[in-house]
Design a protein around this ligand. Structure first.
Ligand code: NAP
Length: 301
């Protein structure tokens, strides 16, 4: 039996893929209503993270941030209360690499094992089962979890020991946000140059400038569809983790620091629940231009 804790945008897609690949699944989510579609599809509901840990051999977590992993692990009815010898806990959330080591120790004190296995590939990747998964921990635990990872991941790489998965994820986030800035600046220039934005995307996306962000979020930006695959609030959280780790390692990341500040500005405007591709709005605000959409006001053309 496999367990899944945290059925948000990512966890719900990953859990559904586990069911569709034939795995027996027990689920828990803080907001209970989010369990209903999975229970209808055949998952068994649990009353607490503790119950998931009691019933499942392998327990997956996918919650928002470091304090939230702490809550589902250490809370009154948390995972640690239900863990026993030989179980495996896998954390798919993106959280602090240093806190990860503390959580791993607490799990191992119960005789269980820990993998940190953050993911990349957006809500689309979780739904289609095409995520990239970067895994930190020991080889035996990695091999044990691999059949589950293959239910929702196509690129699964064992990158090192505990904490290494989270560190690779932070590297991934530097690439994501600096690329998102490039896509935003490029579309703003195309708009100012009165180009057909869709044809512009078609012309450049297969060449050296192509990227996942351009292909997936570019069209959404042109449509001004700000529904989140990944929210600004979570993106800002990830950049905070990146900049904390970079500070500890004394590495300058000026581009990432700039994008962090732009996301902060958008949060101040109340846009934290929009998708991370709404980064372009920070640039639009600076210059009065507006990318895409059907009918921008004349003053913003
Ligand atoms: P989300 O849709 O906001 O879902 C967050 C989940 O965490 C929900 O199930 C939420 O429960 C649960 N949660 C939050 N705080 C909790 C707490 N204190 N106790 C118990 N449950 C708690 O977020 P998401 O997009 O699925 O992201 C989940 C993780 O995956 C994050 O670490 C994120 O950085 C990472 N990630 C996301 C993406 C993406 O594109 N979305 C891509 C890669 C990685 P409720 O339903 O009760 O709120």
């Amino acid at each position: 039996m496999v367990g899944f804790i945290g059925l948000g945008i990512m966890g719900s897609g990953m859990a559904r893929n586990l069911l569709e690949k034939g795995h027996r699944l027990v689920v828990w989510n803080r907001t209970r209503a989010k369990m209903d579609p999975l229970v209808e599809a055949g998952a068994e509901p649990a009353d607490s993270p503790r119950e998931v840990a009691e019933r499942a051999d392998v327990v997956m977590i996918c919650v928002s941030d470091t304090p939230d992993v702490e809550a589902v692990l250490h809370g009154d009815d948390g995972i640690l209360a239900g863990l026993s010898d030989g179980k495996l806990v896998v954390d798919h959330s993106t959280i602090s690499p240093s806190a990860t080591l503390t959580f791993a120790s607490a799990v191992e004190e119960k005789g269980a094992r820990w993998l940190d296995a953050p993911v990349s590939g957006g809500s689309e990747g979780a739904q289609r089962g095409t995520l990239s998964i970067m895994v930190g921990g020991d080889e035996a635990s990695f091999q044990r979890a691999l059949p589950y990872f293959e239910a929702y991941g196509t690129t699964v790489v064992h990158v090192g020991g505990q904490g290494a998965g989270q560190m690779v994820k932070l590297v991934n986030q530097v690439l994501v946000v600096v690329n998102q800035l490039a896509v935003s600046e490029a579309l703003l220039l195309a708009q100012a140059g009165r180009l057909d934005l869709r044809k512009t995307l078609d012309a450049v996306k297969g060449g050296a400038a192509g990227s996942w962000m351009l292909a997936n979020r570019g069209p959404q930006m042109i449509e001004r569809d700000w529904r989140p695959g990944f929210t600004i609030d979570l993106q800002e959280k990830d950049l905070r983790l990146v900049l904390e780790a970079a500070d500890e390692l004394a590495v300058p990341l000026p581009g990432t620091a700039l994008v962090f500040q732009m996301y902060r500005a958008l949060q101040r405007r109340g846009l934290g629940l929009e998708g991370n591709h709404a980064l372009v709005k920070a640039l639009e605000e600076m210059c009065g231009l507006r990318v895409g959409g059907e009918d921008p006001p004349a003053s913003e053309r």
